[in-house]
Design a protein around this ligand. Structure first.
Ligand code: ZN
Length: 205
């Protein structure tokens, strides 16, 4: 008796429903391709961009680059200041009266940059853990321009403690998540602090 051979079921042919998800190419004189994915079978494909598509892609790229340039206008010099100090090998510890340490250089540099970018750089001022006045710089990444429109991406924060030998710290806050959480926490604790200092109980507020 002949062995029964299993014949694989014919795969149903997908009537692709292509959806655009991006593009590639378009560098120096190169061709631009539109990247596609099928909504049903997830297969990928691409085709050369049409002239109007190519123009739109290029215009979007130019707009993006202009926005980026404006957005990091104040942050780039801060980054450079930070990196130059690191490269100089002076180290982060505070210097003495004769030689400025890395943190002194950073603190002085930030003061200078805040004067140069008063709309972008603000000092919230805090104490370090020795209760000595210290800097908490907020550097805004935004654009507000006739040609490229308006937008606020986020805020970089630079902390420079005065008396400890710890290196400075930097981190980033998105406005609708991190910034909101920091504000909510600070507001809550501020209310409690005021209540306790007026003689109320901690749980009362
Ligand atoms: Zn398909």
């Amino acid at each position: 008796m002949a062995k029964k051979v299993k014949t694989p079921k014919a795969q149903p042919v997908c009537e692709h429903k292509w959806k655009r998800y991006g593009h590639r190419g378009g560098g120096k004189g190169g061709q631009t391709f539109v990247c596609l994915t099928c909504d049903k079978c997830k297969e990928h494909s691409e085709r050369p961009a049409t002239e109007p598509e190519r123009k739109k892609i290029h215009a979007d790229k130019v707009l993006f680059e202009r926005r980026q340039k404006l957005m990091h206008k104040a942050w780039r010099p801060v980054q450079k200041l930070w990196e130059d100090i690191e490269k100089s090998g002076v180290g982060w510890p505070r210097g003495d009266s004769e030689t400025a340490g890395g943190k002194d250089k950073l603190a002085a540099g930030m003061e200078r940059l805040a004067k140069r970018f008063p709309e972008h750089i603000h000092n919230a001022r805090v104490d370090d853990d020795y209760h000595a006045s210290s800097d908490l710089w907020f550097i805004s990444h935004f654009y507000d321009d006739e040609k490229v429109g308006r937008g606020y991406w986020g805020t970089s924060v630079v902390y420079i403690g005065q008396c400890s030998d710890d290196p400075p710290v930097r981190f980033f806050l998105y406005p609708d998540s991190h910034m909101k959480y920091v504000l909510a926490t600070a507001t809550k604790l501020h209310k409690k602090a005021r209540a306790l200092n007026k003689g109320k109980r901690y749980g009362e507020v």
